[in-house]
Every structure is written in C-alpha cells, then in structure tokens.
Design a protein around this ligand. Structure first.
Ligand code: SF4
Ligand code: SF4
Length: 469
C-alpha cells in the first residue's frame, strides 16, 4: 500500500485550481446529490436560521451576541463583557483554540465542510443559485466558454444581481452582530451622511462578500483560511476524515460491459468523485490540504457503487490507520494530552465566569499622595475607587473596610454611590486608620462593596503609613 502513496505524491507539488503558469483553473463541480447532501441541506437550514435570527433574539432586553469592537462593548448570551473582562475573553479564546485542535485531531475538518459560513454560503447558497440558473457543471462550462448571447447576458445579469442582494443581506447581518440590530436599522433608514462609518463598513462588507462568493470562491479555503493551513500539523493517521479506501479500491480500472475481473479493486476510475469536488482534488490521492470534508465525493461514489452492485463507502469518513490496518485508535497519547489541557482550561474559565461580579471596583491610592497624620492622631490615605457596572440596570452600592474596627471612611461626595446602567464611575474617599492597626509602612487592607446588603466584591490595596510610630 505504501507504493500507492509514493507513486502518487506528485500531486502535492501543485494546486488543483492553478495551472503550471500560475493561472486560475475555474472549478465546475458537479451538482452533488445523495444522503450526505440531504443531511447538509438540513444542517444548512438550521445554521442559517440561527445566523439570521441571532441579531433579533434578545435576553433581558440585550442582544444574544454583540461584538461591538468600535465601542468596546461585548455581549454574550445577554451578559455584558467590559475591557476589564478581557482576561476572561483571552482564556476563553485559548480554550476554544484547544477545543478546535482536539476536535480536528479526532474528527478532521468536519467544521469546514458542514458548519463554516464560507462553505455553507458558497456550496449551499451561491452554488445552488448557479445550478438553478445555469445548469449543472457541463452546462455552466459551455455557457462560460460560449459567446455573449442574449440568453447568457440575461442569466449572468440575474445571477449577479441575486448574488449582490444576498451579499447585502450577509453584510447587514454581520453589521448587526457588530453594532446591534437597532443601530443597523438606524443606518439603513437614515441618510448615509448621518452614519458615515456604519455606511462605509456595510458597503465594504457587501463588496467583500460579493467578490468572495462570485469570484474568489474555494481559494478562501485553499489559500487564505488559517485553519485550513493548520491541517498539516493537526491531522494524524488516526484522525477521521473523508478518505478513499485504497485497500478496497486499488488497483483501480475501468469496468467494461460483462467483464468479471477479480484482479481489479472496486474503483472503476469513473472520476465522478473528482468531478463532484468543489476544490478540484482527487481524494484517491489521500488526505489533502484542499479537502474541506464536504462529503460531495462520498455521495458521488456511493451512487456509482450502488449502480455497479458494490457496497457503498468506498469513499467514507475514516482514518488512514483504519483503512490501511483496520485499527481504530481514538484515544492516542496526543488526544489524551489535549483532553487534559482542555478540561483544565474549561474548569478555570467556568470558575472565573461563575465568580465574575456584575459590579467591579478597583481601589487605587491617588498618585502623588503618601499619608497624612490627622488631628485625632490617625493616619489618613486618599483613595480613588473605579466602579464598573457591567449590568444593564442602575445600581446603588456602599463601600466598607473589612477587619479594621478603628477604620473610618470620609467620602468626597455621596456615601451611597449611584451607578448608572452599563457605566463606569470614579469615587474619591479618605481612609483613616489608627496607628495601632498598621503593620508597617504598607498595611494590606481589604474593602467590601455592598449591594442590597450583600458583599459583591472585595478589592484590596495597601495603606501607607510611617515606618515607625
Ligand atoms: S475531496 Fe471530497 S470531501 Fe474533500 S473537498 Fe473534495 S468533494 Fe469535498
Ligand atoms: S467515484 Fe468512486 S469509483 Fe469513481 S473514481 Fe471515484 S472512487 Fe473510483
């Protein structure tokens, strides 16, 4: 079996979509049909339903998801995240990254073929419109290579107008996830001059999506997507992926009428799997960077196998080791190591999320101020408290000192601090401690932030005093 792979390794030196002179080869994949295509249609309907309804879903009056990078406002499942929570974001991103690695090592590129927005829109929306208007692969090729007749002009115009309209819809949906649906409605219903930034961003995304889906297409997966480029280091011989069963299929050969040749494998070299591939590769050469695991070749080959009376699954989701040696080893040392790291990260992120307070307070000594001795013989420090109300409700809080019976707080301003919804506020206060409660030049002190009678945060800092008293 090793000879088979060594013999065919040359294909790795070039891209299926670029010719020897570096010119793009336009791919005309045959329209897929079969049980995997049906399953993908169902998954597509579900995911597109979620994607387009997402901006309209609100939890407690807040969007389900909002990634407003312009105003640094982030909402996930109705919970607001502030720049102060970025450590959580960072950890959550690392956890997601490890999850993606683990998922890919075990299941290959299932994400790419079945859930990635690029593939879903390209293969299940834009390509479907093309099949509907211009016919299957051979008709599309004929149309493109033929002269500009009236029929061709009409078909191309209608297609590109529909492509542009869908791109507009996708761009507005993306904007809704960035700035919120209310803001998008505002942008759409006002003059472009009233929202220059939003208008330009929407036009930019529209042009980008139109260009990607009408022209750039599979190159996004093959040449740009960083996840795609990582496959070489993520996949191993135990990873599940769309694979050709070379043990069963080789030696391949044409099937002639009435021929009974038991020396041949099950692959009749019809190349329908190649013709169905949206990235233009031949999966019989083995796992390749360009394969997005869309399963179109599986449907194509299953149809052939059914026609010639052979079992389906000559191309199936399997691992190299499973095909070559019949071994299935999911829990390899590498997978176990990833699971351990992932479990630890999920534990840390969950604990931090559960302990995350809705109102944060940071107490800092006012710069340039050391300490003062007051008339009543106490030592006094000046502090600045920065409150962040991460909720969408106004709140009223109090601040007290923990564990110092002789301590006293003198507020500059109100004693009960009113915080507007989703806002920050600074509050200045003097803290006095009797000398006997100081432990040195720097005495650690802890505050209690109290809301509705409950301690919601305990910021700590140092209280400065003289070296000796
Ligand atoms: S080889 Fe098969 S699964 Fe991979 S991209 Fe081509 S058609 Fe899709
Ligand atoms: S579709 Fe199946 S039988 Fe036809 S070339 Fe591909 S692997 Fe061989």
């Amino acid at each position: 079996m090793e000879n088979f792979y060594a013999y065919d390794e040359e294909f790795r030196d070039s891209l299926a979509t670029v010719d020897e002179r570096g010119k793009r080869i336009w791919i005309y994949p045959k329209k897929p049909k079969g049980k995997y295509t049906h399953a993908r249609i169902l998954v597509t309907v579900l995911l597109l339903g979620l994607l387009f309804s997402g901006p309209f879903i609100k939890i407690g009056g807040q969007p389900l998801l909002l990634f407003n990078i312009f105003e640094r406002k982030f909402v996930i499942f109705g919970v607001a995240f502030w720049p102060q929570d970025f450590y959580l974001f960072g950890l959550a991103m690392i956890t997601l990254f490890v999850f993606i690695i683990l998922f890919t090592v075990v299941f290959g590129r299932v994400w790419c073929g079945w859930a990635c927005p690029q593939t879903i829109f390209m293969e299940m929306v834009f390509r479907r419109i093309e099949y509907w208007l211009e016919g299957d692969a051979s008709q599309q090729r004929k149309l493109n290579e033929g002269p500009w007749t009236r029929e061709k002009i009409v078909k191309k115009t209608v297609k590109h107008v529909i492509f542009l309209l869908i791109s507009i819809l996708i761009a507005h949906t993306l904007m809704a996830y960035l700035v919120g649906i209310d803001q998008v409605i505002n942008i759409v219903t006002s003059s472009p001059f009233a929202h220059w930034g939003g208008f330009i961003a929407t036009v930019f995304f529209t042009i980008l999506f139109y260009w990607v889906f009408s022209s750039f297409r599979e190159q996004a997966c093959v040449a740009v997507c960083p996840y795609g480029r990582l496959q070489g280091v993520l996949l191993n011989k135990d990873s599940m992926a769309v694979s050709y069963d070379f043990v069963r299929g080789e030696p391949r050969g044409k099937l002639h009428k009435g021929e009974v040749d038991n020396n041949k494998g099950d692959c009749i070299d019809c190349k329908l799997c190649v013709h169905a591939c949206p990235t233009g590769i031949d999966i019989r050469n083995g796992t390749q960077l360009e394969c997005i695991n869309c399963t179109a070749c599986m449907d194509a080959c299953d149809e052939v196998m059914t026609k010639i009376g052979k079992p389906t699954g000559l191309i199936r989701i399997s691992s190299y080791n499973n095909i070559a040696e019949g071994k299935t080893a999911v829990f390899t040392t590498r997978v176990i190591a990833y699971i351990v790291v992932l479990t630890a990260l999920v534990g840390v992120v969950t604990t931090l999320m559960l302990n995350r307070s809705d109102i944060d307070a940071t107490v800092l000594r006012v710069p340039g101020q050391l300490y003062q001795k007051t008339e009543d013989g106490k030592i006094q420090n000046l502090f600045n408290v920065l409150f962040v109300n991460k909720t969408f409700e106004p709140a009223e809080v109090e601040i007290k000192i923990k564990g110092h019976p002789g301590a006293e707080i003198v507020f500059v301003g109100e004693e009960k601090i009113k915080l507007a919804a989703n806002s920050t506020k600074e509050h200045i206060m003097f803290v006095k401690l009797p000398p006997e409660e100081l432990t040195g030049a720097k005495t650690p002190i802890e505050f209690e932030i109290i809301k509705d009678g409950k301690v919601i945060d305990t910021p700590a800092t140092n209280f400065l005093g003289p070296f000796s008293f």
